[in-house]
Design a protein around this ligand. Sequence first.
Ligand code: SER
Length: 906
Amino acid sequence: MYKVRVLRTTAQWHHRLAVQQRFIKQLTSAELRVQFVDYFEKQGHTRVKSASLIPHNDKSLLFTNAGMVPFKEYFMKPDTAPFKTATSIQKCMRAGGKHNDLDNVGYTPRHHTFFEMLGNFSFGGYSKKEAIQLAWRFLLEELELPLARLRVTVLENDEEGYQLWKAMGLPDDKIVRCGMEDNFWSMGDGEGPCGPCTEIFWDTQDKSLDDPWLEIWNLVFMENYRTADGQITKLPSPCIDTGMGLERVASVLQGKANNFQVDQFEHLISGIRSVLGKRNVVVPSSEDPNAHEKIIADHFRAMCFLISDGVIPSNIGRGYVLRRIIRRALRSAQQLGINEPFLTDLYPHLLDGYKDGMYPELSSRAASICNVIANEEATFLKTLNRGLLLLNNVFEQPDLQQSKVIPPQVAFQLYDTYGFPFDLTLIIARERGWTVDMQAVEALQEKQKALGRESWKADDLADKSRLAEWRNQAILPQFTGYDHALLHQESQIVAAETIHKGKKTELVVAIDPCPFYGLGGGQVPDTGFITLANGSQWKVTDVFQPYEGGIALKLASPKGPKEMQKQLEEDQEFLQIGNLVRTEIDVNKRQGAEVHHTATHLLNAGLRAILKTDIVQAGSTVEPKKLRFDFTYGKPLSNDQLYKVEEWINEAALSGGETNVQHMKLNEAVDSGAIAAFSEKYGDVVRVVEVPGVTKELCGGTHVDNIRKLYPFKILNETSVAAGTRRIEAVAGLSCMEWYRQSFMPVPDLLKMLRANNTNDAVTKLDKLMQQTRETQKRLEHMTEKLATAGEKIVHPVEGIYNNIPVRVHLIDPDLDAMFMQKRANVLKESQPEYAHLLVNKNTIVVALNTSQVQEHTANSILRHILKHIKGGGGGQKEFAQGRLAEAILDEETIKTRLLPALKAQ
Ligand code: SER
């Protein structure tokens, strides 16, 4: 009789899996990428390069989170797609918004923040049937996966989908019907294309798992559109969007139970182990070393890809997600016993996993990526331990041990003061069996909004939605403002829109050609006037780009907002599309902006030259009268460094150099050494602004024709804007001259007041003066204190006699000075005129006499008499004399034994 062998132990299962694996085609991740894209290309799909992780065409998303994101527009308007079908391998990030896998990473075998999605797409080209056939053939014929280990799910009422799978030969028990939550896909919770989907699963046959079925491919039948108010409507033509996680399929082909064991991660995990090994890390037994290892591997890869696409750690939006990822990785490392910077040591190991050159930005931007990571790491490590201490205190508080809830104030303080992202606090709490009342924390955070730490909000320029219509009408004005000769010219109105916002009315127009600059890149938009054919003038208050290729001018009545409506009515006819206008740009403002834009390029180059490191631009603002440039650097620049940067720029400007502009292919530009801001979206052909030998940068802005115009250049200040990010503010050219003029105008007066010969002398004098003031201030405080308490300390005078004149000797507190003695002497002589008064304070002696009552002697003669018997010097007038004694008189006893006998003596 045939006997079925029962496999009882996990080891037996794993053995069986290993045997089966021998019959599955073994592919590396790199081979899988090639095979996938080649297959779909052969089937007529256009190969499209991965878009950036920053979704440049979609403000509703934080990150590109699926292969379809760059094609979103094409699903809605397939006619505008340059290809009917496409295939791509898209960099994806799921760490925010609807698709957020951050909390699962490390604790499941499959979740990642960053991953690659293999996809094929149809924009009205083919539909369900072909999509299913293409996918099925790829799995069975190209990858040669055994049919027996596959099954699919379909949406429960999707009869067509069900039948299509049946037609592919799948038996009923391999087609599972599921509900909307599993088989209806949408990109976010808000507006966007969506539709039913069918998912393909692989049977891992791993009995150690609760669910051995692994989802490997999702085929979305993009048929619907969800409007902002939640209505599901039909798309103009059905489209296809499929997505397959590279790591998952690689785990199937490589027979790995865990994504972190596939070749792509192997290098990184072994890198982490060698870094840990070098640091003699002993993993605490209560910790799961593998989970932390996985978290570090996943997060490290994610942070590198994010930074390579231009995300910089910050407290808002994408930057905050990046910061959370870096800090979570560091916390995991801490759990493994690493308390020192280590992340950048992993970088070469990451590169080892991408040797196929799939992501050249990882190598070309290596120095910048490591620079950003090292800065963030150093900053956080400083506060991590202090924050943990605070948290441990909480865990030890008996009154909290009952509820095991971390007080919201503590969670907020950890966030606000120690830079702990909330989820980090949640993880630590979870590990200890504690919780955090996030609602209460959020309420607190709400109160602190002033700190500017709100979470991501989509750009809400209200006008833009009204202007979306312009894009549909292909309103694409030609920008002619690079050429100064064309700033004042005749143009035509090609679109006009009046927007009412409450009581306010705004007029927005597009003119073609358009010399007004409003293309961003940090440069302020132009302002000026347009004159209509009837001679009426409108002020151009703002210029912006409502969509790629669009330029919109915001107009206001030069007579003020109250006249707006009236002028609109009067000019209505001349504001219609097709009318001619004359443009007049504020040339001074524009030229100022150009000086500072080119100066920003020189600053970027100068900083690299002097700091000898690859800084990353983190933001820039170019204004007519100054510039602001933010960049990554771990510490403040020294005065010497700042001076050298200034000198570098001034020397370059003095030597002069023409700015030339070329259009080149993006990769050629970058290969030729042009600086590119990673976060910008560049087309295949880019505009390169170069001053040979000085600077070469990708830029859409307007610039001076010769860098001579930047002289002189002056850095006004250098400050910190965020951890690891510095800010320089500077002025150039005429604005710099103006700055010097303003700064030096008060100098002659200043020198006169200080009686100084030059500014250096003035500094010395001022310093001395300030020191004196400080001392005087201190003294004054002290004396006031003394006088306030004087009442309690009055010492009775010692009575004496000098030639029949009664004498009173007053011992003055040694802390009081000569000025006090003089004042006191005056008071005494007026209040007790019958006496001769002697005031003594250490070595000082003052004699005061009221000559209206005592005529026989003078203060001076009494002092002289004393000085005959006690060594010293001094002199004075009739009523007042002052002297210095060689010996100090500090107490009553000395008065009695020295002074009184001296008075009596002959
Ligand atoms: N957009 C779908 C997903 O992300 C298929 O690519 O799963």
